[in-house]
Design a protein around this ligand. Structure first.
Ligand code: GAF
Length: 392
C-alpha cells in the first residue's frame, strides 16, 4: 500500500468519512551542491521514491486537527488547535512542521478555514533525506487545494512561491535556518532527472539522470546518526558565509569565483577562509557535474562527488566519523565516487557504484560498521523519482 493509500484509509478510521484530497511529496538526494543554496549558488537534487502523504478534509471552524502514523508504528494525535493561535514555537516536535506551514499560509493572507489532517510517510527521518520538507510540501499543497489554490487552479501560487512559503515555515516557525534546496527538490523534481537549480535566478533545468542506463546505481548509506538543523552547527556555518560575503563587499558568496580565491582568502579572518573555499569550489563542482551528465558521462562524476566530500569534511567541517567511514569504505570497495549529503553532522552518504559491484560494496560497508561497533547503516538504491503531486 502506498503512503497515500494508507493516509486515506487511516483518515477514514480516525476522523470518520473520507478525506477531500490526498497530496504527497518525496524526500530527496542532493547529487552535489551542498551548503550552496543559502549562498545563492547551484544545487543538483533528485527526488526519492519515498514519500510523505497528507490526507485532508476541510473544516469551517478555523481549527486544525493533525494525526500521524509514526515510524514507531503508532498513531500520534496532536492536540487540536485554533488556526488563529498558531505562533512560532508552539506546537513543537513533528506537529511544528504542518502547523508551521498552516501559519505561513495564514500569514500570506490565504483564506484557510481549518482542516483535519492525516499524515503518513516512509521517508527515513533524521537521515538527511529531507523528511521534514516532504511533510511540509505535502501539507502546503493539501492546504492550498482546500481553498482552491492548488497548482493549476486559477490564481494559485507557482511552485517557486510555494517553496518560499515552506522555507518561511521552516525558518520562522520551526526555527531551522535552512535554504531552498529541499523544498524545491520535493516540489519540482521529475522522474529519471536531476534538477539543476540556480538559487539566485530561480532558473531550473531537468537534466536526464538514470544511472541504471550506464550500469550504475546511487547507493544511499544512512548512517543512522540523527541530525537536526536547528541544533547543529548549520546556523553557525551560514552566519560565517554571510559575514565573509559582507567583509568582501559581495552580495553573497555566489559572487566570488574560484580564480579569485588566492586574492580574496587572505582578506578574511582565518576561520572564515575554509567556508568560502568550500562554497566557491562546490559551485564549480555542480557545474562540472552537470556538464558530464549532459554529455552522458556518468562515471566521470565519481571523482567530483568525492572531491565534494573532502571539501565538506576538511573545509566546511560538517562531516562526522560515521559519514567518513561510509565514504572511505565505499570508495575502497570499488565505488566510483562517494560523499555525505544534506546538512551533515549525521544522516546519509551516497556512493556511485557499478550495479554489478553493489552487493560487495554494501557488504564492505556493513562489515566496517560492525567492526567499529556502530549501528548497522540502512542501505538502499536511490532511483530518481517524481516530485510532489495529488494522489486523489
Ligand atoms: C539542509 C538544508 F535544509 C538545505 O537548505 C541545504 O542547505 C542543505 O542542508 C545543505 O546543502 O538539507
Amino acid at each position: 500500500m502506498t503512503s497515500a493509500e494508507r493516509a486515506a484509509t487511516l483518515f477514514a478510521e480516525q476522523y470518520g468519512g473520507a478525506a477531500d484530497v490526498v497530496w504527497s511529496a518525496p524526500g530527496r538526494v542532493n547529487l552535489i551542491g551542498e551548503h550552496t543554496d543559502y549562498n545563492d549558488g547551484f544545487v543538483l537534487p533528485f527526488a526519492l521514491p519515498h514519500r510523505t502523504a497528507v490526507a485532508l478534509r476541510r473544516r469551517t471552524d478555523r481549527r486544525l486537527s493533525m494525526a500521524t502514523f509514526g515510524s514507531d508504528g503508532r498513531l500520534h494525535r496532536s492536540p487540536e488547535m485554533a488556526l488563529d493561535d498558531l505562533r512560532p514555537g508552539s506546537p513543537t516536535g513533528w506537529a511544528a512542521h504542518p502547523a508551521g506551514v498552516a501559519w505561513a499560509l495564514r500569514e500570506t493572507g490565504l483564506p484557510l478555514t481549518g482542516a483535519d489532517l492525516m499524515i503518513v510517510g516512509n521517508v527515513p527521518t533524521g537521515a538527511g533525506l529531507s523528511s521534514s520538507h516532504a511533510l511540509e510540501c505535502a501539507t502546503a499543497l493539501a492546504l492550498l487545494d482546500s481553498v482552491g489554490s492548488a497548482p493549476g487552479q486559477p490564481g494559485a501560487p507557482g511552485l517557486d512561491e510555494i517553496a518560499r512559503l515552506v522555507q518561511r515555515a521552516e525558518n520562522d516557525f520551526v526555527g531551522a535556518p535552512t535554504g531552498l534546496l529541499d523544498q524545491t527538490a520535493s516540489l519540482s523534481c521529475t522522474e529519471a532527472h536531476v534538477l539543476f537549480f540556480d538559487v539566485r535566478t530561480g532558473d531550473a533545468e531537468q537534466v536526464p539522470f538514470d544511472p541504471r542506463n550506464a550500469g550504475l546505481e546511487v547507493l544511499v548509506i544512512d548512517t543512522r546518526v540523527k541530525h537536526s538543523h536547528s541544533e547543529s552547527g548549520y546556523g553557525e556555518r551560514r552566519r560565517g558565509c554571510e559575514r565573509a560575503a559582507e567583509l568582501l563587499g559581495r552580495k553573497s558568496l555566489r559572487d566570488v569565483t574560484a580564480s579569485e580565491l588566492p586574492a580574496v582568502l587572505p582578506q578574511l579572518p582565518e576561520e572564515l577562509r575554509p567556508l568560502v573555499r568550500h562554497v566557491v569550489t562546490e559551485n564549480d563542482r555542480v557545474l562540472a557535474t552537470v556538464d558530464e551528465l549532459r554529455a552522458g558521462r556518468y562515471a566521470e562524476i565519481g571523482p567530483v562527488l568525492t572531491a565534494s566530500h573532502t571539501s565538506l569534511r576538511d573545509d566546511y567541517r560538517v562531516s562526522c566519523p560515521e559519514l567518513d567511514l561510509a565514504v572511505d569504505t565505499a570508495l575502497a570497495a570499488g565505488a566510483l565516487g562517494s560523499r555525505m549529503i544534506g546538512g551533515g553532522f549525521g544522516g546519509s552518504a551516497i556512493a556511485l557504484v557499478p550495479t554489478a559491484d553493489r552487493p560487495a560494496i554494501e557488504q564492505a560497508v556493513l562489515d566496517a560498521f560492525a567492526r567499529a561497533d556502530l549501528t548497522a547503516p540502512r542501505l538502499f538504491t536511490a532511483v530518481p523519482s517524481a516530485g510532489a503531486g495529488r494522489d486523489r
